[in-house]
Unconditional design. Structure first.
Length: 448
């Protein structure tokens, strides 16, 4: 049998590439371009540019006293001592542990010790750390140091902070090795994180908003780094798009930082500016109208104690004006879960035994002393974490110049069982007009 003849039109011509193969090659090319686009900023982030050590007369010069005083004020505004001073240790010598979902981080030594602190750092190196998140030797810094907020600090304020830190007594205390787990302790991971979530830059002023609002934006979004706690973050620790102040669980801290937008959480859009100022200045507004009463506790109590109570009235008012101007979109509510009658009965029993003397039979509290629980935002917000923390660990407002002897609440961690705490938590969340979900023993155990 003879072979069938080929059509003349097919002789000597390559077979056409199929549409599927074309699409595959196109997808591969686009994937390679996307990969290169992702890897390029990572590679750029890994390029180290060490800055020279501070040498010569500048290293010995006495800082300008006015600049030092300004820097001390800014350090309080930024609450720098909270992370860079270990409990009972020398000021700004580092060693304070900071719990994160990725392991423990430790604040570094900021004193002018040449070996363990910033004694060899120039003002340029210090500015680069704040503005770009890089150490003097070019290494990328971990974003536990919130340079994604500090990048907004002006060069003038950076130089004042630097002058203040150089005026401190040097402390020869080595920095505690960081305890972050692999791969979060690798420079490549930090470069990838910066490529995904960080862009250096100053805040652009909004002239239409006025000088006071812009000053408040600078303090809240920059130096005060409020988003370090109040942001909603994704599993890699990056702030979700547009969610800088929508609240989130402070992973590793055991507290929930409430939304600064939502009036059902910590939004102050309907408050008098004077009451917001008072809360930041004294930690309490229990003397205000019922709907504007609040006390700070937990991490925010530390912020007020170490930082905001020391700020000028003008700066506190600027922060209040900015916070009041945030839109008041409500946070999404979870499904409402009614407590079982037996749990509410146990909760009422616990409440009458341990809580009624201070908070009242109807959750009304006591004027200027004990907060009301009826309508209390800590009680009624979707997250029960902070209310449970107050029961477990006690509720303590900070001692401030404006409120030097605040009333406190003892801890019940060793007195009540998980079931009893869940019951009383459910009772106060579903009594006196409060409408918040029931608390389970598992919820309590998680907070413990």
């Amino acid at each position: 049998m003879s072979r069938p003849a080929h059509h003349a039109t097919d002789m000597g011509r390559p077979r056409p590439i199929s549409l599927v193969r074309r699409l595959l090659w196109t997808a591969l090319g686009l994937s390679l371009l996307l990969l290169l686009g992702l890897l390029l900023p990572v590679w750029q982030g890994l390029q180290r540019e060490p800055l020279p050590a501070l040498i010569g007369p500048a290293a010995l010069a006495e800082p300008d006293p006015q600049l030092v005083e300004r820097g001390a004020y800014l350090a309080r505004a930024g609450n720098c001592a909270a992370c860079h001073t270990a409990r009972g240790g020398p000021a700004y010598a580092g060693g304070e542990a900071i719990a994160t979902p990725f392991g423990r981080a430790y604040g570094g030594n900021l004193t002018p010790d040449p070996q363990h602190g910033i004694g060899l750092w120039s003002a340029d190196a210090f500015w680069r750390a704040l503005h770009e998140g890089r150490s003097r030797d070019g290494r990328l810094l971990n974003p536990v140091f919130p340079y994604d907020s500090f990048t907004h600090i002006t060069r003038e304020d950076s130089d004042a902070l630097y002058a203040f830190l150089r005026s401190l007594p040097p402390v020869a205390q080595p920095s505690t090795p960081q305890g972050l787990r692999f791969p979060f302790n690798q420079q490549a991971a930090l470069a990838a994180w910066q490529a995904l979530y960080f862009e250096p830059g100053a805040l652009a002023p909004e002239p239409a908003r006025g000088a006071e609002w812009n000053r408040g934006a600078y303090l809240v979004r920059g130096l005060g780094h409020c988003a370090a706690c109040h942001a909603t973050r994704d599993p890699l620790g990056g702030i979700r798009e547009g969610r800088h102040f929508t609240g989130g669980l402070m992973a590793g801290q055991g507290w929930y930082a409430p939304s600064l937008h939502d009036p059902a959480e910590a939004g102050v859009g309907t408050w008098d500016v004077s009451n917001t100022v008072a809360l930041l200045k004294t930690g309490s507004t229990l003397g205000a109208a019922a709907e504007q009463q609040a006390t700070v506790q937990g991490p925010m109590a530390e912020v007020v104690f170490h930082s905001t109570q020391h700020l000028s009235e003008a700066d506190l008012r600027a922060m209040a004006v900015y916070l009041q101007g945030l839109d008041s979109g409500p946070a999404p509510l979870g499904p409402f879960v009614h407590a079982e009658p037996s749990q509410l009965a146990l909760g009422e029993q616990v409440y009458r035994q341990h809580c009624i003397d201070c908070h009242g039979a109807s959750g009304e509290g006591a004027p200027a002393a004990y907060p009301a629980l009826a309508g209390n935002r800590t009680v009624t917000m979707p997250s029960s974490v902070n209310a449970l923390q107050a029961i477990l660990s006690g509720g303590f407002a900070p001692s401030t110049a404006g409120n030097p002897r605040p009333y406190g609440m003892p801890p019940y961690r060793t007195i009540l069982t998980n079931a009893e705490i869940a019951a009383v938590g459910s009772f106060i969340r579903q009594s006196w007009g409060n409408e918040a979900g029931a608390v389970s023993t598992l919820d309590v155990q998680r907070v413990r």
